[in-house]
Design a binder for this molecule. Structure first.
Ligand code: SAH
Ligand code: SF4
Length: 353
């Protein structure tokens, strides 16, 4: 992976968060240390949230030092934190070791404490209404860089005696085009012997990379899957999302149906409502036909404004009409509250220079 190579050139020590438990076991073997020492480090970081090995008191001093010299325990620097007026949404700009940066978002809503994390710097897919897409792809994040975003929010919350309840992989980038690193990050965070974050409390959002939806189905994970649909006809969808030419609805929808059949899980469809683009009842009708009989949930979210896209959010009246149309045809749906728009932390608004 080019990203990892670049990072290592600047920072010789591998990032701890990039390691798997097997990597650590292997390392203990080469060091001639018992395997449980590696697990003590793993638990110290992921359970006790120790920021350095020196803080893991059940490790002997010499090993604490050896771990510190062998691995790096952070790779990101907070460059900026922006808070919404009510402080319930916070966006952080995190600088990476190669001088690129990413954005991650924390949201507090009733009992929920949600981290929205990124998987790539930028995104190659260029969806017309998305600020990340306008950046193009700079590089993939490593598994460790994905994990570290979660650790950052977790540690900050722990200072107030709070915990994250949900992780949504909906920040910058297309997770299914950085599949392996994203799955490794989920495995690390999900590990019962470590961070132990329940699979059902993750949601991964994809623009609809059909072959990867198929892989994901085969893996039988308990993670929630969301697909960014936004339009129910190819003609409209490909104007908004160029990737639709590669994976049109005839390929995407059967993959979604297969996912639901194979896993017995419900799928979520995301629909950003854009005034006079995809908010008409003709699209609502096409949508009903498209997802007929599929165990799914539709999230309607009025478009968040971004520079360089002239479209506007649908009026409240038309949002209600669209919702009502789906609702009376027995499609489960919700109108999502827009969050963090004033601080450009809403869906599709994340971008860095
Ligand atoms: N690449 C993935 C995940 C990141 S985008 C994906 O596209 O699914 C997270 C969500 O924000 C997606 O549903 C995306 O389509 C949506 N989105 C992008 N730009 C938006 C905007 N300006 N307003 C509202 N939602 C937007
Ligand atoms: Fe990429 Fe998702 Fe933005 Fe499309 S909406 S450009 S897939 S991040």
């Amino acid at each position: 992976m080019p990203g990892a190579g670049r990072r290592r050139a600047l920072n010789e020590r591998p990032l701890f968060f990039d390691l798997t438990p097997e990597d650590l076991t292997q390392r203990m073997l080469t060091w001639g240390e018992p395997a449980y020492r590696g697990r003590q480090l793993w638990r110290g970081v992921y359970r006790q949230l120790a920021e350095t090995p020196e803080l893991i008191t059940n490790l002997p001093h010499n090993l604490q030092r050896r771990f510190s010299e062998a691995f790096s325990f952070y790779s990101m620097e907070v460059k900026k934190t922006v808070r919404s007026a009510d402080n319930n949404t916070q966006k952080v700009v995190l600088g990476l070791t190669d001088s690129h940066s990413i954005e991650s978002v924390f949201m507090r809503y009733e009992r929920r404490r949600t981290a929205c994390i990124s998987t790539q710097v930028g995104c190659a897919l260029g969806c017309v209404f998305c600020a990340t897409g306008r950046m193009g792809l700079v590089r993939d994040l490593t598994a460790g860089e994905i994990v570290e975003q979660v650790m950052y929010f977790t540690r900050r919350l722990a200072q107030d005696g709070e915990r994250l309840t949900n992780i949504v992989i909906m920040g910058m980038g297309e997770p299914f085009l950085n599949y392996q690193a994203t799955m490794q990050a989920i495995d690390t965070l999900n590990d019962p012997d470590g961070f132990n974050f329940g699979a059902r409390r993750f949601t991964i959002s994809t623009i609809g990379i059909t072959p990867k939806i198929e892989c994901f189905t085969q893996e039988r994970r308990q993670i929630n899957l969301a697909v960014s649909l936004h339009a129910a006809t190819n003609e409209l969808r490909q104007q908004m999302l160029p990737i639709n030419r590669r994976y049109p609805l005839e390929s995407l929808i059967p993959a979604c149906r297969n996912y639901v059949e194979q896993t017995g899980r419900r799928i979520t469809f995301e629909w950003a409502l854009i005034r006079q683009v995809n908010d008409g009842l003709d699209q609502a009708e096409a949508l009903v036909n498209l997802i007929q009989g599929l165990n799914c949930h539709v999230n309607l979210i009025p478009l968040n404004p971004t520079d360089g896209y002239p479209g506007e959010a649908t009026s409240q009246q038309q949002v209600d009409n669209f919702y009502h149309y789906l609702n009376t045809r027995k499609i489960q749906c919700t109108i999502r509250v827009r969050r963090g728009i004033n601080i450009n932390a809403g869906c599709g608004q994340l971008a860095t220079e």
